[in-house]
Design a protein around this ligand. Structure first.
Ligand SMILES: [Zn+2]
Length: 329
């Protein structure tokens, strides 16, 4: 994920001719807006909602980091893929692994990448999508020390946290059937880089190959959701292009008493996996705390380690998406 250069991205969103946010996209937004208006009367948390386990999520972060960096082409990447597939196969009725390649703009390297999707209530036509990237950054390019900058990012928070929340959520979805279809999507190649042309690769692939019958009504992206000092202002592009989804997620947080950590203020525009989905007409909100450590000092550095990730924060975010799902989406 990268900071967006101000207005450049919103212009690109409206200018992409391949799949414009056209009448179809606007209808989705309108439908989502109408639906979101219906939950205004919901005051408290949804009764019977299963309990999300933040300490399990932290264990899942530790397991991922122990594989080593999950950079495409490395042993850690392969080990994590096998582990995710084994876990999900035991929990979800339908699990798919979509393998594809990307030739990098920066170095003409061919990357082999895999998106993993686990589908719950696969027959349901009304579906939502929750996604996170499972790969990690090859270099710590935000480190000020050149020796440390050459190291891969451990990815406890950036890659590990969203993946852990979705894997822990899969356990709940397996034990307590959700009231609508839920697709968990683990996208690869989000953070390869260094430039944006070699990033967001799995999300682009998903958006480019999505079958109409499989189309979710909206998406929620989890990225960097484990900081010990959490704050989730509304990400700027989500605010502009997925405000009905933002409203649903932030209201779920409010119902659980987490409004302090999910303020309605709008933060930075961030180029992240939600952008290709928005461009494909799937309104998608990015839940991201882009202030990781003091002055974001742990982001894209070797300090992105499990000791800087909090079970409480993972638990809060997991609880919010659980509430979103079991309140009806
Ligand atoms: Zn990153």
């Amino acid at each position: 994920m990268e900071r967006s250069a101000g207005l450049a991205l919103p212009v690109a969103v409206t200018a992409v001719p391949r799949r414009p946010v056209s009448v179809r996209g606007l209808l989705f937004l309108l439908a989502a807006a109408i639906v979101s208006g219906c939950d205004d009367g919901v005051q408290g948390p949804t009764p019977g909602r299963p309990a999300f386990d933040g300490s399990l999520a932290l264990d899942l972060v530790r397991t991922q980091v122990a594989f080593g960096p999950r950079v495409p082409g490395t042993d850690g990447h392969a080990a994590q893929l096998a582990w995710m597939l084994a876990r999900l196969d035991s929990l979800a009725p339908v699990v798919t692994a979509d393998t594809f390649t990307h030739v990098t703009t920066a170095s003409a390297d061919t990357l082999t990448l895999v998106n993993v999707r686990a589908r719950f209530q696969p027959e349901a036509t009304r579906r939502i999508l929750l996604l996170a990237h499972w790969d990690t950054r090859p270099t710590s390019d935000q480190s000020t020390d050149p020796e440390r900058a050459a190291l891969p990012v451990p990815g406890a928070n950036d890659g590990g946290s969203g993946t852990a929340v979705l894997l822990a959520l899969a356990e709940l979805l397996a034990s307590a059937p959700p009231p609508l279809g839920v697709d968990l999507l683990f996208v690869d190649g989000e953070d390869y880089g260094p430039g944006v042309e070699d990033m967001l690769l799995g999300a682009r692939r998903y958006a480019d190959t999505l079958e109409e019958d499989d189309r979710p009504i909206y998406g929620v992206l989890l990225d960097m959701v484990g900081d010990a000092d959490p704050l989730f202002p509304v990400e700027g592009i989500s605010s502009q292009f997925a405000s009905p989804v933002v409203r649903k997620v932030w209201r779920a947080a409010e119902r659980l008493g987490h409004a302090r950590y999910f303020p309605s203020s709008v933060g930075q525009d961030l180029t992240d996996d939600h952008v290709p989905l928005i461009q494909a007409g799937i309104p998608t909100a990015n839940v991201i705390d882009f202030s990781y450590g003091p002055a974001n000092a742990f982001w894209h550095t070797p300090d992105d380690v499990p000791s800087n990730v909090s079970a409480e924060t993972l638990g809060m975010v997991g609880e919010v998406v659980t509430e979103l799902i079991y309140s009806g989406g």
